[in-house]
Design a protein around this ligand. Structure first.
Ligand SMILES: *Cc1c(COP(=O)(O)O)cnc(C)c1O
Length: 408
């Protein structure tokens, strides 16, 4: 008899996006003449940039001739790409990271989930609330939690509430976690962490031999020059942090797939005897055993992102999204809403009015304006009473959606 991994049955139903889809379909069937504007799901809308497409095509052409054909490549990624990433993403910002510390993959979603596998089953995990749902769900799948409680929290996870009261930056927890997921710029709140705030976490992790799992999927959206793009810009972080980066939002790679995970040489975790083990070595073992590398043309395309020209193009697309974000902020503020984020991130986090529940606000917007956003409570209990707008949309749709919300 085949037994299942029963931890999967603890998962609170993958509720958020299917439920949004269901309500939107129902609405569309009932109101066929009213086009719905989607500002809910965090997927990009602009195409790959010209130099990326050119490199992508070149990569494909190389596969067409025996002289330039490539089979299996290095699982960790081609040297040309890892070098380009180390230089452009890290060393140019004063973060001392070498190509050998970079593991190229097909996504940060997979990496943030898979990383759990190299740490002990008993590891205590700290997760912000609200946040990207992958961290908690993969912790449950790994068998590191009890069932979900009435408060929406899984037993055994240390939750770090992030609300307007703490500027969406959690305080240090009472109970000491072994692994700490941090995501800045944040999905869904759109807020950023200053150098001082990150330093506080790095110092805490060093004191307790904890490891920070830092998701920087949105670093390219940072506008404020004082805000660090990488945790490795913080002194001491090489001893206590892993960073996840992705070209998904940075360069429109959500359908092309390329991300990378950075694990410094110095980062250690411990066996039961207290003996230090290099984390990078464990991840290398896992990655080379379970993953066979990203396709060559995609790595060629990705390398183009890290050229002068590629950076200019990618920034122009990000500017477009950030102009959307500014429009959304301005219009919602003019309507009297309190808004957060949207200045260094593509997400705008809105406080509903008069204590309205997130899903009630969702229904109101859908019914009265045919606009779809994301209920904050879907990202965690502390998101109740908030609502997320995404700046990943066509300009005309943003303008139309804002006009409809003004007329509510
Ligand atoms: C979109 C997103 C990612 C990127 O995931 P990929 O698998 O690389 O597409 C990672 N983290 C967060 C918080 C995200 O919102």
């Amino acid at each position: 008899m085949a037994l299942i991994n029963e931890h999967y049955q603890k998962l609170a139903a993958g509720y958020l996006f299917p439920e949004i889809g269901r309500r939107v379909r129902e609405y569309e069937q009932a109101h066929p003449g009213k086009p719905v504007i989607r500002m809910g799901i965090g997927d990009v809308t602009q195409p790959l940039s010209p130099s990326v497409i050119r490199a992508f095509h070149e990569g494909v052409d190389e596969m067409a001739s025996a002289a330039t054909f490539r089979g299996y490549g290095p699982e960790q990624g081609y040297g040309f790409l890892r070098e380009a990433i180390a230089e452009r993403s890290f060393r140019s910002r004063g973060a001392d990271i070498s190509a050998e510390e970079i593991f190229v993959s097909d996504g940060s979603k997979c990496d943030t989930g898979n990383i759990q596998e190299i740490f002990g089953r008993d590891s205590k995990i700290a997760i912000c609330d609200p946040v990207y749902p992958v961290y908690a769900d993969t912790t449950v799948m790994a068998g590191k939690t009890g069932p979900v409680g009435d408060n929406g929290y899984y037993q055994g996870i240390i939750y770090l509430p992030c609300t307007a009261e703490n500027n969406f930056i959690p305080g240090l927890p009472q109970e000491v976690p072994d692994l700490i997921f941090l995501c800045y710029p944040n999905n869904p709140t759109g807020t950023v962490a200053t150098r001082e705030e990150l330093k506080k976490w790095v110092d805490y992790a060093r004191e307790h031999k904890s490891i920070i799992l830092f998701d920087a999927a949105y670093e390219a959206f940072i506008r404020n020059g004082e805000i660090p793009h990488s945790i490795f810009e913080i002194e001491g972080a090489r001893e206590v942090a892993i960073e996840f980066r992705s070209l998904s939002k940075t360069a429109g790679f959500t359908g092309t797939r390329l991300a990378y995970t950075v694990i410094p040489e110095e980062l250690m975790a411990y066996d039961r005897q207290g003996q230090a083990v290099q984390v990078k070595k464990l991840w290398n073992r896992r990655h080379t055993t379970k993953f066979n590398g990203v396709s060559y043309p995609v790595q060629k395309a990705a390398a183009a992102v890290f050229t002068e020209e590629g950076q200019r193009e990618v920034q122009a697309t990000i500017d477009y999204y950030m102009e959307n974000a500014a429009l959304i902020r301005k219009n919602l503020e003019a309507c009297g809403y309190t808004v957060y984020g949207g200045e260094n991130a593509p997400y705008i986090w809105v406080r509903t009015r008069n204590g309205m529940k997130s899903w009630d606000f969702f229904d109101l917007l859908l019914e009265r304006a045919s606009v779809v956003g994301t209920p904050g409570s879907g990202f965690g209990p502390s998101g109740e009473g908030y609502f997320r707008f995404s700046a990943f949309a066509a300009r005309e749709n943003v303008l139309e959606a804002m006009a409809r919300i003004r007329d509510l």
